[in-house]
Design a binder for this molecule. Sequence first.
Ligand code: NAD
Length: 488
Amino acid sequence: MSKLLPSAEGSLLLVGGKLVPGGAGVFATMNPASGEVLGQAANGDAGDMDAAIAAARSAFDDTGWSRDHAFRAACLRQLRDALRDNIEELRELTIAEVGAPRMLTSGPQLEGPIGDLGYFADLAENYTWETDLGVASPMGIKSGRTLRREAVGVVGAITPWNFPHQINFAKLGPALAAGATVVLKPAPDTPWCAALIGKVIAEQTDIPAGVVNIVTSADHALGAQLAGDPRVDMVSFTGSTATGKAVMATAATTLKKVFLELGGKSAFIVLDDADIAAASSYAGFSVCVHAGQGCALTTRLLVPRASYDDAVAAAAKAMAGIKPGDPAEGGTVCGPLISERQRDRVERYLEIAQAEGGTIVTGGGRPDRPGWFVEPTLISGLSNTATAAQEEIFGPVLVVIPHDGDDDAVRLANESPYGLSGAVWGTDPERIDHVVRGVRTGTLGVNGGIWYAADAPFGGYKQSGIGRELGVAGFEEYTETKLVATAE
Ligand code: NAD
């Protein structure tokens, strides 16, 4: 029997420990693979957000949550285990709402981030909360100094739809481990993914009332309300760079701490001593994963000019072999785009690419099926300054650009407002190291290396963000330091 599936009346909000309907009624959540309504979600209004912030504030100020490290670790493990108890139901609902290929739900779309809660539970228990800095005599006064770490307070977490569990848990895990309390406002496109977590928290864990609040809504303004509220100490945002700038401006009115994970236009650099065909095939394949809806996917393939045609042919062959399909099927790599709006946006970029002189080598069309699909598309003939090479498309679209040697490849990789991720393929370790040092991004994979893990900080340079998610650095984002000096 279903424990999580929302009733016909819709999923609920989690506010102050209670599962409640939304003040603005309900809104539809869609199945992007069919284009049909999946069900109804609670439509939170400004009053719900206000109540959620008040509950988080009171749970932080009036309870021992932030000081009881062992209890928080136990709660995080309990949440992880409860989610695992419901994993098959969560898997089906995630596939249906996100359009996430089934194969990804055993990794970053579901089971990976749930398992990562254990990493943060361990951190809560084992972290060095106090460091003795020893005695110093500034201004002649002998003082024993202790550096303490404390929770940042109330966190407003605002998240997108592409990897909802990964991103929601990459905020909830470290924030709760650090002793913060949270108001989570998920994207309107994936309300159930968040609401079902709220239901598990309320019904199957000892996480105290108000420590986690989840307000789903069709209204983006609730995100702005959360970012601007003076009772919120920190806003932790993942989403587009444009919205990130708006969040930062809103947060500035109350000068709160801002943590931003934003967009990317990452480069896949192939050096001339690499296996050009193997590297280009890999690049073609990887941009199709989850229909290209990954902020860190490599969407610009930079190849030696002399090998350009070979690289295009190899990448095109790989992409033509990937048929967009039903995400519920085990073999599907490339599912649907999240919404009709996103599908139309991707198609607009394909038109712009052609108008600017690009050639669609493979793909470009809509598969003949319901839902919001786009064929994996390879574009050649564009320079790095073309719109499709500069702007985040968020679809299964790869642009191939020639480079004139290692330094030119670095220059092109960095010729972008973004600095999120990237890849380097080659055989000479010294040349690879030279390129790795030159590229200004927060993560890099070499010859297919995977950087994503609970203990590995992830984030961007430049307009890809401020701060790091996951790892000790990601945990410390949710803390403040307090230096206590005692005269001796
Ligand atoms: P988005 O920026 O449109 O929305 C993200 C969230 O912000 C949603 O919850 C939305 O309701 C909320 N929001 C919208 N306007 C707001 C405002 N003015 N104030 C506060 N909140 C507001 O992003 P999206 O379309 O949901 O997601 C796709 C984007 O997310 C892509 O740009 C992608 O690169 C980025 N992303 C980044 C990372 C990363 O870690 N760097 C990870 C995943 C996605």
